[in-house]
Design a protein around this ligand. Structure first.
Ligand code: HEC
Ligand code: HEC
Length: 208
């Protein structure tokens, strides 16, 4: 093992530990009601994984996402306020209690270790994330989503999310196709260039 890889392993271990301590640890599958556990294992897990670490980039990662944000999105999918053919179907029969339990479960899962896929692009994205684009009037993402992209109760965590999913959501916000938005993300996303969207998504995808 070279010094460089040793350092990477060290960093990964430290960052991984920091991520885990953010989430409420100690939750186990056994704490879920049998009905919720069945929904989780036979339905949600197919696309999002039991641990919320979706294997495919088209399905958002749910691990360490804030519980209140998850509750809101699931309620919006169920009641049709947020449109998605797949998720409207998946959520249509969920009770408020099941939604609360699923949200508690996914938010308690620690995020896996991430890596940056394209360092040059990510450098542009880091600028947009921390400073916005003062020339076109885009606010810094960090001012709401937090310096590390960890979000707050009602503001989603973006760190470690699949870049493809982030780009899709930014485009949907821009075109007003994410129907449950609150106007804030529309005004921001509609000012982002194609390059800025991809750059900020690649940067975020590599954050822990
Ligand atoms: C067939 C695949 C599939 C299954 C099964 C599935 N989902 Fe999804 N899920 C998706 C897709 C695709 C999206 C992105 C929707 C969009 O583009 O708005 C999504 C989005 C979400 C989001 C929004 C995340 C965010 O960051 O805003 C949540 C929460 C979610 N799913 C939870 C669940 C839960 C809980 C279950 C089980 C009841 C479930 N999903 C089952 C495919 C799936
Ligand atoms: C003024 C506050 C604010 C700023 C600045 C902001 N956002 Fe957001 N963002 C929000 C809110 C609030 C939501 C949740 C919207 C909802 O509930 O549907 C959100 C949602 C999102 C989502 C959806 C996440 C998911 O899991 O589906 C993405 C992606 C996103 N923001 C990216 C960005 C990026 C990139 C920037 C910077 C260019 C940015 N945001 C700047 C407030 C903000």
């Amino acid at each position: 093992m070279t010094m460089r890889t040793a350092y990477r392993f060290f960093l990964a271990a430290v960052l991984g530990a920091a991520g885990a301590s953010n989430a409420q640890t100690g939750m186990s599958l056994a704490k879920l009601s049998p009905a919720t556990r069945q929904v989780l294992e036979t339905r949600c897990a197919l696309c999002h994984g039991v641990e919320g670490e979706s294997a495919s980039a088209i399905y958002p990662r749910l691990a360490a996402q804030h519980p209140d944000y998850l509750v809101k999105q699931l309620g919006d999918f169920r009641d049709g306020r947020r449109k998605s053919e797949t998720m409207n179907e998946m959520a249509k029969d969920l009770s408020d209690e099941t939604i609360r339990e699923l949200a508690a479960w996914f938010s308690s899962r620690p995020p896996a270790v991430r890596r940056i896929l394209d360092a040059d692009l990510a450098a542009v994205g880091r600028y947009v994330f921390l400073k916005g684009n003062p020339y076109s009037g885009v606010a810094a993402c960090a001012s709401c989503h937090g310096e590390k992209g960890h979000g707050t109760q009602l503001l989603p965590r973006l760190a470690g999310q699949h870049p493809n999913y982030l780009v899709t959501q930014l485009k949907d916000f821009g075109k007003r196709e994410r129907t449950n938005d609150n106007a804030v993300m529309h005004s921001i996303a509609s000012k982002l260039t194609e390059l800025e969207m991809h750059a900020v998504a690649v940067y975020l995808g590599g954050q822990q």
